[in-house]
Design a protein around this ligand. Sequence first.
Ligand code: NUP
Length: 213
Amino acid sequence: MSESRLILALDVYERERALEIAECTAEYLWAIKINWPLIIGSGLKIITELKQVTGLPIIADVKLADIPNTNRLIARKVFEAGADYIIAHGFVGRDSVEAVMELGETIIVVEMSHPGAKEFIQPVTEGLIELANELESFGVIAPATRPERVEYIRSKLKPGIRVITPGVGAQGGKAEEVIRAGADYIIVGRSIYGSENPRESARRIFEEIEGVV
Ligand code: NUP
């Protein structure tokens, strides 16, 4: 089995359900992304538990968007809890992102996947790409719902900066199409954790993108 390019967005509240879904899908994942729903529902200690159960990297999608000091205060606790990557907003400015990057691997949002992203974020995507290039972040978030934008963002990014794309499945993005457009990883939430058989759904998506170049 080749290395997976699938990230599970584990947006459930309950600890037991989260651990159960993580365990049965782990074989097909590169990493697990947690977001506020799970952190609010189960506490930050869920990070250690997910790592123990799956052995996978954990991405904390806390979308930090505050002044540098507050970003730092939050990021410190999240990394201390065992997160391997944090997702931060870039639109708040270089100093706020740098405060996170000083503490650990950071993924910068350069364009979001929902329709409303066209209002305020897409107009500044260019500058956010530049920021990611200058700071050489681990990766960026780009929209799987707009493969042509993924292709564009990839073409402007320094090689080595990973393009990570949410929006596959429930939001309409197509796994294979977005990988072909240049995504390094796809993020899938509801189409896996909300399905009748999460393991089978993860396997199907894994196989859809396995071998796609
Ligand atoms: O632009 C973004 N779009 C997006 O959906 C940036 C994100 N971080 N996400 C997150 O990805 C979203 O908050 C959720 O955790 C996941 C997508 O889940 P789903 O639409 O596959 O259920």
